[in-house]
Ligand binder design. Structure first.
Ligand SMILES: [Zn+2]
Length: 278
């Protein structure tokens, strides 16, 4: 599943190149998670603005004539990828290519075998349906407004296990399964600890660890972008460096004890019971 670092690196891979391009054609393939919400022809003639990211959504502003604003909210779902091909002008699509935005600078294409991805029209990022889709997102991980106190206060209001709260993304977005497991290991916190039982110093350490794991993934993504122009596999590359994720039964690289796997909210959690305290 593409996590926040992959989505951000995807954004970086085409945002500058597509800005200012004009939409010349749109091809909609098999239905995605939600309908487009406008006639594809309505997008033609519009100009692409600055692409931004919120959580795992990308916002592609499309400005039309005379005050006519709007844009597309894109999500990669479970298996989607977005590629901008500057050489393309046509849309000879494969069976998993479900959306093409053909512009004067190239084709932006969503490929998504499992079709949990989405491309949704919204008149603005702060009106429906965008607001509905973005409503439950927590802070961006590097938002300066997310201070250790804010984070600790938000944790105090929840009784769920801390790992589950990180995955839910309603306090802070971006800590997908790999990153949540690794951040908790780095912070020395047992993933089963209830949020409201975490002390302020431990919350502060956890926030710093979430930021460090995501920063490292973005760094790996940055190098893959430079070397391969390919945003795939950042989470996989990060996993190669993982201390606990995917390492059930292997020795903990810090204490030599055995890494354990448990299931929390239907997702695997990997942790070291010796290094991570309750
Ligand atoms: Zn250990």
């Amino acid at each position: 599943m593409p996590e926040l670092p992959e989505v951000e690196v995807t954004r970086l891979s085409f945002a500058e190149r597509i800005a200012g391009a004009q939409v010349v054609a749109v091809r909609v393939g098999a239905p995605l998670r939600w309908p487009l919400g406008c006639r594809p022809a309505n997008l033609i003639g519009r100009t692409v603005g600055a692409v931004t990211r919120r959580g795992k959504y990308l916002w592609l502003p499309l400005e039309g004539h005379a005050q006519s604003r709007g844009g597309l909210l894109l999500h990669l779902g479970m298996s989607g990828s977005l590629a901008f091909n500057a050489a393309e002008r046509t849309t000879a699509a494969g069976r998993h290519d479900h959306f093409d935005l053909v512009t004067t600078r190239g084709v932006l294409r969503l490929t998504d075998p499992r079709r949990f991805g989405a491309v949704v029209w919204s008149a603005a990022i702060d009106t429906a349906p965008a607001t509905t889709l973005l409503a439950r997102l927590g802070y961006e991980p590097f938002d300066a407004a997310l201070t250790p106190s804010t984070f600790h206060a938000a944790l105090r209001r929840r009784r769920t296990a801390v790992k589950t709260a990180l995955l839910a993304g309603d306090i802070v977005v971006g800590a997908g399964n790999i990153y949540a497991c690794e951040a908790l290991f780095a912070a020395g916190i047992d993933p089963r600890v209830r949020c409201d039982r975490l002390s302020r110093p431990r919350a502060e350490r956890l926030l710093a660890s979430v930021r460090a794991t995501l920063a490292r993934a973005l760094e790996l993504g940055g190098s893959s972008l430079r070397d391969f122009r390919d945003t795939h596999g950042i989470d996989g590359a990060y996993q190669l460096e993982a201390q606990v994720y995917g390492r059930e039964g292997h020795p903990c690289q810090r204490c030599g004890g055995s890494v354990r796997r448990i299931v929390q909210a239907q997702r695997s959690t990997f942790f070291c019971p010796r290094c991570q305290k309750r």
